[in-house]
Design a protein around this ligand. Structure first.
Ligand SMILES: Nc1ncnc2c1ncn2[C@@H]1O[C@H](COP(=O)(O)OP(=O)(O)OP(=O)(O)O)[C@@H](O)[C@H]1O
Ligand SMILES: [Mg+2]
Length: 232
């Protein structure tokens, strides 16, 4: 198993109040698979993803990613893991506004061990002709394409997407989902995606439904639906 989480717990303390956000999560995903996490607001989806990505830490339990127990890494090693192995895509693109499209990608490739070629990833996301534009000169969907290019240029082992289509209209959302499926095929990147949209689950190999910090349902899709055939 590429991702193997067992009995993961996480609480946050605000003042005197301790809230248990993850109450013993177990989940597994194979290399090269697409996983989708569904669940209501506040159920712990982003918390789980942030721990997997090395942005946050679990309190207890096991979080194995490609054989590395990331809950046990010291701060420096955790930073190396996050920088080297993980690509992030967020709902609001987080591009650097005063850098061009090409520069936004090169900032990441310059500090990566074995980056892909910038022009290749721009072509892969269909943005090669906008390399010299600034983010404000792009539509939301185009900015999300650039943020996906930035996430994959380091050739990450794991691509974590937190509501990647949350700010996009229907047609643009579908084209971004197709792009993620293409990235999964072309580079063999394992992808874990959070969404509120249950229809999107059809493009995943495994679907995890989270409620109040627990996985209440796991589904394995025997057939994965191409993103262009998903409608809602
Ligand atoms: N840094 C923090 N400090 C205190 N509480 C936190 C912190 N981060 C998250 N929480 C709490 O943990 C719970 C789960 O948050 P999380 O962001 O994981 O939910 P989510 O499932 O991603 O929700 P959404 O769909 O709205 O993004 C929420 O009740 C939230 O208030
Ligand atoms: Mg969230």
């Amino acid at each position: 198993m590429f991702i193997d989480i067992a009995n993961l717990k996480k609480s946050y303390r605000t003042g005197e109040v301790v809230t248990e956000v993850l109450k013993g999560i177990g989940m597994k995903l194979d290399k090269g698979e697409i996983g989708v996490i569904l669940g209501p607001s506040g159920s712990g989806k982003s918390t789980l993803m942030n721990i997997l990505g090395g942005i946050d830490r679990g309190d207890s339990g096991q979080v194995l990613v490609d054989g590395i127990e990331i809950n046990q890494l010291n701060d420096g090693k955790l930073t190396d893991y996050r920088r080297g192995d993980i690509g992030f895509v967020f709902q609001f693109y987080n591009l650097v506004p005063n850098l061009t499209v090409g520069e936004n990608i090169e900032v990441v490739s310059n500090i990566s061990k074995s980056p892909l070629n910038t022009d290749e990833v721009l072509a892969a996301v269909g943005m090669q002709d906008k390399k010299h534009r600034f983010p404000r000169e792009l539509s939301g969907g185009e900015q999300q394409r650039v943020s996906i290019a930035r996430a994959i240029v380091k050739n990450p082992k794991l691509l974590l997407c937190d509501e990647p289509t949350g700010a996009l209209d229907y047609d643009t959302s579908r084209s971004i989902l197709q792009l993620l499926q293409q990235v999964n095929k072309k580079y063999g990147t394992t992808i874990l995606m959070i969404t509120h949209n249950a229809a999107i689950a059809a493009m995943a190999n495994r679907v995890f439904r989270l409620r109040s910090g627990e996985i209440v349902e796991e589904t394995v899709n025997q057939t994965v639906v191409p993103a262009e055939r998903i409608e809602w």
